[in-house]
Ligand binder design. Structure first.
Ligand SMILES: [Zn+2]
Length: 87
């Protein structure tokens, strides 16, 4: 049975409540003198949702692709106009 964390919006009282998923969320502060509205805190063990499950590697290039690209760029780029030929 999951445990939910609640926090009173009026007096700030924090408490945990073990509830079934089917039970309605608590709405009233358990402090009798308060009985203010409580808010369920999203937190530990209460249905944490991991978003962004899609992890894409966009920078990945295979070695063969890199070799081909390097070869292509080297071959198609204009050769240096005047290379001082040293020996
Ligand atoms: Zn309260």
């Amino acid at each position: 049975m999951p445990t939910y964390d609640y926090e009173c919006q009026t007096c700030g009282h924090q408490f945990e409540a073990r509830q079934s998923m089917k039970d309605p969320h608590l709405t009233d502060c358990p402090v009798e003198a308060c009985a203010g509205p409580v808010k369920r805190k999203i937190g530990l063990g209460s249905g944490l949702i991991f978003k962004g499950s899609g992890f894409y590697i966009t920078d990945y290039r295979s070695d063969s692709y890199k070799a081909a690209a390097k070869k292509d760029s080297a071959g198609s780029s204009s050769p240096p106009p005047s290379t001082p030929a040293k020996s």
